[in-house]
Design a protein. Structure first.
Length: 128
């Protein structure tokens, strides 16, 4: 079970770095006046997949009783659920598939926001 904990910790570090990278990449694209393209959406989808994998591993840890050792487990679960629904919500409801430069700005700032939420998830996941 310690391997699963180490995997969860490693993926959390990967998540914040990944969302920082694609957020900054999105800002560069937006400043240059570029629209959203398949490469950027693909990177965002990979980030969502990373959060889904992280959540699956978190559920495995929860089922095995490891969630109780966290300082604030309910907040950690709430943030974990939020990161799963946030980016699809932004894309499908706020942007409605808009792939213009405006959409690039929105997605860039959304990914930078998810970078911050990933860091917050790490702080709520620290042992109490």
């Amino acid at each position: 079970m310690e391997f699963v904990v180490v995997l969860h910790e490693g993926l959390s570090n990967m998540a914040w770095m990944f969302f920082l990278a694609i957020g900054l990449w999105g800002l560069v694209r937006a400043i240059r006046g570029l629209p959203v393209d398949g490469s950027y959406l693909g990177a965002a989808a990979i980030g969502q997949g990373l959060f889904l994998l992280q959540s699956l591993i978190g559920v495995i840890l929860w089922v095995n009783g490891r969630l109780g050792s966290l300082a604030r487990p309910e907040v950690h679960v709430l943030y974990g659920a939020f990161v799963i629904v946030f980016l699809p919500f932004i894309y499908f409801t706020a942007l409605r598939g808009d792939d213009s430069n405006r959409g690039q700005w929105v997605l860039a700032f959304s990914n930078l926001f998810l970078f911050g939420v990933a860091l917050r998830l790490i702080t709520t996941g620290l042992l109490g």
